[in-house]
Design a protein around this ligand. Structure first.
Ligand SMILES: [Zn+2]
Ligand SMILES: [Zn+2]
Length: 254
């Protein structure tokens, strides 16, 4: 008979060797290859990351006037969630980090994105949610990619902010086309009805305010569909926390 203590010992040993190796191995900056601190980026590369400082409270797009709290678009047509926190502008070198994380399975790149999101949530003093939910991948895509990038970021954010993370109540029930190359209207159509969510009535209080976590927000179609699905399931407040956000065409440097 297998001893119930063995997996725990093995896990502890694995985590001990992981920390010991982390302490011993030299760290190289993911961007320039130079010496880096414990965070996988050297100081100059880290200071050059395009961080979002002052942004619309509801969609996370950068605002140019310090006194503004919401952008014109959110005032006219707010998204189906209440708050958004975005850490970085999606463009060079953030696009490289995202690609290496998502398709090259570089966990170090994922750690940088998660860390930036944690810093952004703390910096903005974001309204604390009850629970964090990663945007789910369809099981076929999850299987072919071996991991869900949103889930990895969500777990690191949850650990740092001491918030529970649930990767099971919100599910992708329909397989959809990849969004790259699709315009906003096609993305919306493509993602419509792609998620389902069932929260047991006795647990609804634990899901009163949910923070949806994803690596990148482009048009926001996926997050909007998730937010609508959560609302139908009884969630009363949704925050969107994303590591990187693409800018609107008028905000891109000419
Ligand atoms: Zn560097
Ligand atoms: Zn806005």
């Amino acid at each position: 008979m297998k001893s119930p203590g063995i997996p725990k010992i093995r896990r502890n040993f694995a985590s001990w060797t992981h920390s010991a190796l982390n302490g011993l191995l030299p760290r190289h900056c993911l961007m320039c290859g130079g010496d880096s601190g414990p965070h996988n980026l050297c100081l100059p590369c880290s200071s050059e990351l395009p961080r979002v400082n002052h942004a619309c409270l509801q969609c996370g797009l950068p605002l140019s006037h310090p006194s503004d709290r919401y952008c014109g678009h959110c005032l006219r047509q707010p998204p189906p969630w209440q708050y958004a926190t975005t850490a970085l502008v999606y463009g060079y070198p953030v696009d490289q980090l995202v690609r290496r994380f998502k398709f090259g399975r570089s966990l170090a790149c994922g750690q940088v994105l998660a860390r930036e999101l944690i810093l952004a949530v703390r910096r903005r003093n974001a309204v604390p949610p009850c629970i964090i939910l990663p945007v789910p991948l369809h099981r076929f895509r999850h299987f072919s990619r071996a991991f869900n990038q949103a889930d990895l970021i969500a777990r690191q954010v949850g650990k740092a902010l001491q918030l529970p993370v649930d990767g099971s109540v919100l599910r992708r029930c329909r397989r959809t086309r990849a969004h790259s190359g699709l315009d906003a209207a096609t993305r919306k159509l493509n993602i419509s009805g792609a998620f389902d969510c069932t929260i047991p009535a006795r647990k609804i209080a634990e899901f009163r305010h949910v923070a949806l976590v994803d690596d990148v927000m482009t048009t926001g179609a996926t997050l909007a569909e998730c937010a609508r699905t959560l609302e139908r399931a009884g969630v009363s407040c949704v925050s969107v926390w994303v590591a990187a956000r693409t800018l609107e065409p008028h905000q891109l440097a000419k």
